[in-house]
Design a protein around this ligand. Structure first.
Ligand SMILES: O=C1O[C@H](COP(=O)(O)O)[C@@H](O)[C@H](O)[C@H]1O
Length: 234
């Protein structure tokens, strides 16, 4: 199912997203919940909401945390998606290290993309002969990138590997990103888009204009069978 939900306030948006995650977790109370998280400002806002404002009871101990993408920097670098999650979510919640499966941004990117893809193959339950996360939480940048799939690197959308290496289009920074193929195999995809500055990109992500169909966020939205967009400022 494709859902578009609109909110006037970030807290209400995150409350609704959290309630949806809880409902998905409640579908099978006896199994682990395989969750892939993103980085960036939206993820940090969501973590801060969970720590400081959330009242919905989430069984954090059932969640196994993985990443949608990582910047190729050491884990103590403020650019690291793992570092931000550790600071804003795992430390406050006391999440055991055994529940956290980070992408090692300090390692050789090609080797790590392949090793992390293998790790996911071994740990995450399969559907369609591929790992299928219970939920993948994406983000999107002002340029319409999602995960670390940028508009100049569309081959990552259909790449059959689980993870691939990509260079940021404007910086020398390398990234490791989940491919579109793995994202689309998830049971559910969640995409929160918050902040006034994202107003225009929201329109392009849901638009049917030919030129927007080549935006990674638009492709994922149009191709996914089970995706919910949580939108502010539309
Ligand atoms: O670089 C990244 O950007 C996107 C969007 O981040 P935001 O700061 O605009 O919320 C994020 O989803 C991705 O994980 C991250 O590496």
């Amino acid at each position: 199912m494709k859902n578009l939900r609109r909110y006037h306030n970030t807290d209400i948006l995150f409350k609704s997203l959290t309630q949806d995650i809880k409902e998905k977790m409640d579908l099978d109370l006896n199994s682990l919940f395989y969750l892939a998280i993103s980085g960036g400002n939206t993820a940090v806002k969501m973590f801060d909401y969970w720590i400081n404002k959330n009242l919905i009871p989430i069984s954090w101990e059932r969640i196994r945390f993985f990443w949608v993408d990582e910047r190729c920097v050491p884990p103590n670098n403020s650019e690291s998606n793992y570092f931000q999650a550790k600071k804003h979510l795992f430390e406050p919640l006391n999440v055991p290290m055994e529940h956290i499966f980070r992408i090692k941004g300090e390692k050789n990117p090609q080797e790590e993309a392949s090793e992390y893809g293998n790790l996911i193959n071994n740990l995450v339950p399969h559907k369609n002969n591929k790992p299928a996360f219970n939920t993948v939480i994406l983000g999107t940048g002002l340029d319409g990138h999602t995960a670390s799939i940028f508009p100049n690197n569309l081959s990552l959308l259909t790449n059959n590997d689980n993870y691939a290496v990509v260079q940021h289009p404007e910086k020398p920074q390398m990234r490791i990103s989940m491919t579109g193929t793995l994202i689309l195999n998830a049971d559910s995809i969640i995409l929160p888009i918050v902040g006034k500055e994202k107003k225009d990109i929201i329109k392009r992500i849901i638009s049917d204009d030919k030129e927007d169909l080549y935006l990674p966020g638009n492709y994922i939205y149009k191709t996914a069978k089970n995706i919910t967009l949580y939108l502010e400022y539309i």
